[in-house]
Design a protein around this ligand. Structure first.
Ligand code: FAD
Length: 770
């Protein structure tokens, strides 16, 4: 058994895990804020959006309504003001929509199974999207006539325009998620029916039952006690009606402020909020409170209602009491205490209690094994979102009580992971992923940047707002977004941009969990890891090294060309092509020459693989077997017509590019010079109608000589196609576009269109033997 190598300073296995910045740590989704802000700085808006979409299916929505805990942690705030992270997220989402692009998600797998989701709020939609991307069939049952939950019928349109909501939900529907509207899971179907019919059920019904005031007089009021849920819902559906002329709203959260601003827009004459604590304790967002006050809404702090006054069932006033603040309660806020003899009356004809909401458990009548807490919420294992009932999961506001969109999204992701594991018979708690790097003793001292306040976007004026449900914030312009993104200090040592993965010329080793079989390796559990040269040398010397990372064992092998000496004829073509002089043909005696690879010098480009006439060379990571496997998987995932296979150089076309909008999956090889004729012919044999190879120019080639090798090699394949009686145009060799993702996308699309125009159908299996 080889020695265990400890990488000095416990370097991370995956670069992404180095020293995350506080903004990412604070985000419930762990969104890589630094990465997308960096990409914005570079004007790479599409890639920035893709980075956000890795964790968040609703960038346009969260860019508008997220409480942005990331900004509270932003270290720039210690210097002047936090970076406007949410506004930047909104900018990139709007930028995409303005260009007419339709948000899309890529399908990752084709797994079998059916899932019912109850409720189409952010928790339900996220869970559905994740599972649909895995290939499952997902149906959402939604009680209302519109999807989106509180995003659609709670948050008013002046904060969240409905076209943004519709576009982001449409992207989820485009994955094949079916949203069945106007179906309340209660009567038919019932939860039990769904649990029987589907492989798993996710309950994401939110908290739909408003809390009552619980004060005298409440039961006597027949007119004027307004339920905010239908009030906001009707506004969202364009049918809102004035709740009263003189309206009081009770509560200090966003719902209370939204109700007040909505009442004002519905032309109530006076609108006031009663809040029993002080301004500092008010949980509504600062900007919402400020906006409401600007519009003329009065907030009565330290005031609580104690009795409703009615005449003939009609509300005429509310008796209130003044409060003072006492000691802190469990929530950390100071407890409000009534001041004796401070009662007074507010005259009003409508009161809207907006003091919280809870789960409406009526739909659970008669079902088993679902526990409701004393706070009237569903009880789940918070790590897996599993209820006590097998196959039934729950998340979002139904579990936490009123929270936020971003928290509901996080719950949806968590539930989807568990449902995936449940359907595949795996334990619900997944093993701890990766490890976080220690940064050793490295200390950096960087002087703080000069003070520069954040860029604020324009808003419509308070007067204009009062009678309008138009969106208040205009969002950042492109120039503003670029300026604002520059303010990010890129906290933490690593930018997490992962560009280094693509450009690093370091030595690579293949790392896989110890004991994994070769056949299992096809499914990509191993990864390429760059290590310091001394570690590379030691691994090369040992052949297979055991790598200890924290308490887990990995096996590491160097990433090189490998020669099968039995097949090698010693022709020397490999020696000739290798620009690193890593291959040498040696005399073995008895008239036998064979090639030998110096593993220490070899960079694993694979050009020698392509020139070897006897098929004696393969790469240790990009084996032909692996490439064939990737080709088959790409063709399987392919949607629309015609099916094509795209190979690209992984140095020139980094992983981040081309994921979601690309019309075809891209197989990234170490160098296009590595592609052998067999790989390409195999793609046709497996059903491709065309093969596009996108490589570097000779000036840009990472290895210097790989692109030239590719050119010659692929010319030979093209000739071979003609010889076999197939159109040589089925194989196109292009160079990587200089203008980034959009041009690359056009290139792939152009190829697809040409293949289609010329009616080149897949050559397919069987044709080869005709
Ligand atoms: P919901 O969004 O409530 O969705 C649940 C869905 O389930 C609903 O569509 C409902 O009709 C459906 N449903 C319920 N029962 C059934 C059933 N039996 N059968 C079928 N369907 C059913 N968060 C922010 O981050 N920022 C904000 O600015 C913000 N402002 C808000 C303003 C208001 C007025 C409100 C009410 C909430 C606000 N929130 C805000 C909170 C946020 O909207 C919620 O936390 C989030 O929507 C919860 O998501 P969810 O998926 O758990 O549930």
């Amino acid at each position: 058994m080889a020695d265990t190598i400890r990488i000095k300073g416990e370097k991370p296995l995956r670069i992404k895990q180095i020293d995350p910045s506080p903004c990412s740590v604070e985000c419930p989704l762990g969104t890589n804020v630094k990465a997308y802000v960096s990409l914005i700085t570079a004007g790479r808006f599409g890639e920035a959006l893709e980075e956000v979409r890795r964790t968040n299916p609703f960038p346009g929505i969260c860019g508008r309504v997220c409480p942005h805990p990331c900004e509270d942690q932003c270290l720039r705030g210690d210097i002047d003001e936090p970076v406007a992270i949410a506004a930047l997220k909104r900018f990139i989402a709007d930028y995409e929509l303005r260009r007419g692009a339709i948000p899309r998600f890529e399908r990752l797998n084709r797994k079998q199974g059916t899932i019912a989701v109850i409720g189409s709020g952010p928790a339900g939609l996220t869970c559905a999207a994740d599972l649909a991307r895995e290939g499952y069939r997902v149906q959402i049952f939604e009680a209302l006539a519109v999807p989106g939950g509180m995003m659609a019928v709670g948050i008013p349109p002046y904060r969240l325009p409905r076209d943004i909501l519709r576009a982001e939900i449409a992207a989820i529907e485009a994955l094949g998620v079916e949203i069945k509207l106007n179906i309340r899971v209660d009567g038919r179907p019932r939860l039990d029916d769904l649990a029987r019919k589907f492989d798993a059920v996710f309950i994401a019904t939110g908290a739909q039952k408003p809390r009552t005031l619980g004060i005298p007089g409440e039961s006597e009021v027949q007119h004027g006690l307004v339920n905010w849920i239908p009030l906001l819902r009707e506004v969202a559906l364009g049918r809102g009606q004035k709740p009263g002329d003189h309206v009081l709203i009770v509560g200090g959260g966003n719902t209370a402020v939204d109700c007040a601003r909505v009442a004002l827009r519905l032309e109530s004459e006076s609108v006031q909020i009663l809040y029993r604590r002080s301004r500092e304790e008010m949980p509504a967002y600062r900007e919402e409170i400020a906006g409401a006050e600007e519009e003329g809404i009065t907030i009565n702090f330290l005031t609580a209602p104690v009795r409703l006054l009615a005449e003939k069932g009609k509300l005429v006033g509310v008796e209130c009491v003044r409060m003072r603040l006492g000691n802190r309660d469990r929530s950390g806020r100071r407890r409000p205490i009534p001041i004796q003899n401070s009662q007074f009356v507010f005259e009003c004809d409508a009161i809207i209690p907006a003091i919280g909401q809870e789960l409406d458990p009526s739909f659970l009548r008669g079902t088993h094994n679902l526990r409701i807490s004393k706070e009237h919420l569903l009880v789940v294992d918070r790590a897996t979102m599993a209820t006590k009932r097998k196959g039934v999961f729950a998340g979002g506001d139904a579990v936490t009580g009123p929270a936020s969109v971003v928290e509901a999204i996080a719950a949806g992701h968590r539930a989807a992971r568990s449902i995936d594991r449940y359907i595949n018979g795996l334990p619900l708690k997944s093993p701890q992923k990766g490890v976080r790097a220690r940064l050793g003793e490295l200390t950096l001292e960087i002087p703080p940047p000069p003070k520069r306040g954040r860029v604020e976007d324009a808003q419509i004026s308070a007067e204009e707002r009062q009678n309008s449900f138009d969106e208040i914030d205009h969002g950042l312009t492109e120039a503003q977004a670029l300026t604002e993104a520059e303010r990010c200090m890129r906290c933490g040592l690593c930018l997490e941009c992962t560009t280094c993965v693509e450009v690093c010329d370091g030595r690579q080793v293949i790392v896989k969990p110890a004991g994994l079989k070769a056949t299992e390796m096809l499914r990509r559990p191993e990864m390429l890891l760059r290590v310091p040269p001394d570690v590379h040398q030691r691994i090369a010397a040992q052949g297979v090294a055991s790598l200890q990372y924290r308490d887990r064992q990995y096996e590491a092998t160097v990433f090189t060309a490998r020669i099968n000496e039995h097949l090698c004829r010693g022709c020397g073509l490999c020696e000739e092509i290798c620009g690193y002089r890593a291959v040498q043909v040696l005399y073995r005696g008895d008239g036998v020459f064979t090639a030998r690879v110096d593993e220490d010098t070899c960079r694993g480009c694979g050009t020698c693989v392509a020139v070897c006439p006897s098929g004696a060379i393969d790469q240790s990571y990009f084996t032909s077997q692996r490439i064939n496997h990737l080709v088959a998987a790409t063709l399987q995932r392919h949607r629309g017509s015609p099916p094509v296979v795209v190979f690209a150089c992984r140095w020139g076309v980094p992983r981040k590019i081309g994921s979601s909008r690309m019309p075809s999956g891209i197989i990234r090889v170490m160098c296009t010079g590595r592609l052998v004729g067999g790989d390409i012919l195999k793609a046709f044999e497996k059903g491709a109608a065309g093969v596009l190879v996108i490589g570097c120019t000779s000036d840009d080639c990472h290895y210097g000589f790989g692109s030239l090798a590719a050119k010659e090699n692929l010319k030979r394949v093209s000739d071979l196609l003609s010889l076999l009686g197939f159109e040589p145009k089925r194989l196109r060799v292009s160079t990587i576009p200089t203008d980034g993702e959009a041009e690359l996308e056009d290139m792939v699309r152009g190829f697809l269109e040409d293949i289609e125009k010329q009616s080149m159908s897949p050559i397919g299996e069987g044709k080869w033997s005709e």
